[in-house]
Design a protein. Structure first.
Length: 181
């Protein structure tokens, strides 16, 4: 079924909008000129819409913080002022936090490197590389392919094994207060 013809008012609206766009958009003006000459307009593809941002669900983050506190005492360590302690005391505490947090990570996540090459290796990123998985740093100019040195291999989670949470459990309580009687 053919598309209905626009009314006079619609055509006037189109004409005014086209007039202003032709004044400010040279590419649009060139496409109109091609149409007037009887050639295809060949407009460039529209810019892709920016990605829709969604709010992060805080419960999983709160649950992870609670697990890191439980095994590694991470929050205790980060909330403590360390200026008054010696480097040796901080190092000893960091070792305990490191071991507990590493255990929590291994228990609840499978983590793999984004890039398999050793750090320092020269790599080539072809057109269409995953910009979410690889961040370009330094003097970034031009278009792919990009050649550079791998500074960090990156990390990606391949499996998540967070425990289920009972209904009504307050995940904002990362560690309950302890009262000894």
């Amino acid at each position: 079924m053919p598309e209905p013809m626009p009314s006079v008012i619609q055509r006037l609206s189109i004409a005014l909008a086209s007039f202003w766009r032709a004044l400010v958009d040279p590419q649009f003006a060139a496409a109109v000129a091609r149409l007037r000459a009887g050639r295809p307009a060949e407009l460039a593809p529209a810019r892709p819409e920016p990605p829709h941002l969604q709010a992060a669900e805080p419960n999983a983050a709160l649950q992870l913080l609670g697990l890191l506190q439980e095994e590694g005492r991470l929050i205790d360590f980060l909330q403590e002022g360390v200026a008054r302690y010696s480097d040796a005391e901080i190092g000893a505490a960091a070792r305990v936090v490191h071991e507990g947090c590493k255990k929590t990570l291994a228990q609840h996540f499978t983590v793999a490197a984004v890039r398999s090459e050793p750090e320092g290796t020269r790599v080539t990123l072809s057109e269409g590389f995953d910009s979410a998985a690889v961040r370009l740093t330094g003097n970034v100019v031009g278009q792919p392919p990009f050649n550079g040195s791998l500074r960090h291999k990156g990390w990606r989670v391949t499996e998540v094994r967070l425990p289920q949470v009972a209904s009504g459990h307050d995940l904002a309580i990362l560690a309950p207060a302890e009262v000894e009687l």
